[in-house]
Write a protein that binds this ligand. Sequence first.
Ligand SMILES: Cc1ncc(COP(=O)(O)O)c(C=O)c1O
Length: 377
Amino acid sequence: MLWIPGPTEVRPAILAECAKPQISHRGKEMDALSERIDPGLRLAFGLAPSSTARVAVHTTSGTGLMEAALHGVGAKTLHLVNGAFSKRWYDVAVALGKRATKLDAPLGSTVAPERIARALAEHGPFDALCLTVNETATGVRTPLGDVASVLRAAPETLFLADLVSYFGGAPVDFDVHGLDFAFASSQKALALPPGIAICCASARYVERARAIPRRSYYLDPLRILDGHAERATLATPCLPLYFALAKQLEDIAAGAPAASGGALGTLSGDAARGAWRERFAKHARMHALLVAWARGRGLELLPEERLQSPTVSCVKRGPLDVEKLCKALAKRGETISNGYGDLKGQTFRIGHMGDHDEAGLAKLLRLVDELWPTVLA
Ligand SMILES: Cc1ncc(COP(=O)(O)O)c(C=O)c1O
């Protein structure tokens, strides 16, 4: 079993979708496929039916949309950097020639709202602020509301969010939080194979992007959004993953995998919203289970409680040898992650996201208990 923070386990029913015969991406079947995908994405982004925000799918990994997001905004960007993935977004901005400013926070922490407010006041106005909501390298979740409330005082600054290991695992209120562009990869909490990414853009993002010169073709956010809306993707999409995405969104809305065999596609909006809420609650329970287990063994998570991610836990090693632990688990068919970058050997990470459940996590943790005496430093 894959317990790394993505890619995560993919159910056989989803893998079977990937094996279906191909269709023409310029035909009616493709239109119908996109029609199946959009309502699920809109629900997962927390959009009200009246929202003017638009969703899209693109054949690229999350990093592609990290870049696409920046092609639609002006030159001056502000980045909250608290780990490897938020640093990557800053590096992408620099590579694109943006006048990028970063606010660093120590690993395991995040940038305090007061610092963001100060940077906006002293060095603004910025065209966009980039937040990696779930820093997969450290298991830190920066509350969207904290950043949103600071940005309310800076209406000229677009709010861009990387939701890569968060989307589908925890609630997102795109409009309520004033988000302008948010994206995620398929292989994380959506529990699909890697290879496509999804996004949501506000009307104001689209309007601003139209007004600036955009120096990309394949990663032009408007080509991506318009292509999806007009059912004319700008290039041949990865059809197997589109099939899988449509099925997974419908299954989740019907309560799968917990409630197997639901009457797919027949659920009302309220029932589907309830099914998503239950999926989010499951992730929160898995996180609580892991925290209780860690506490019981004298282990601590890297982030303070308020910042702990519901989908990825980064645990300080305590008396354990992380390398030995990962190897011993792998021999028993379970894969977890060593710490990322500077945290290698100091922490281990468990991705409790996607279609994993509490029973599976409890089993993994029992196995760690069993191996414990053999994996001490
Ligand atoms: C928070 C975050 N952002 C971006 C990425 C990059 O996504 P991808 O590997 O799909 O390009 C990752 C990958 O793990 C991630 O965890």
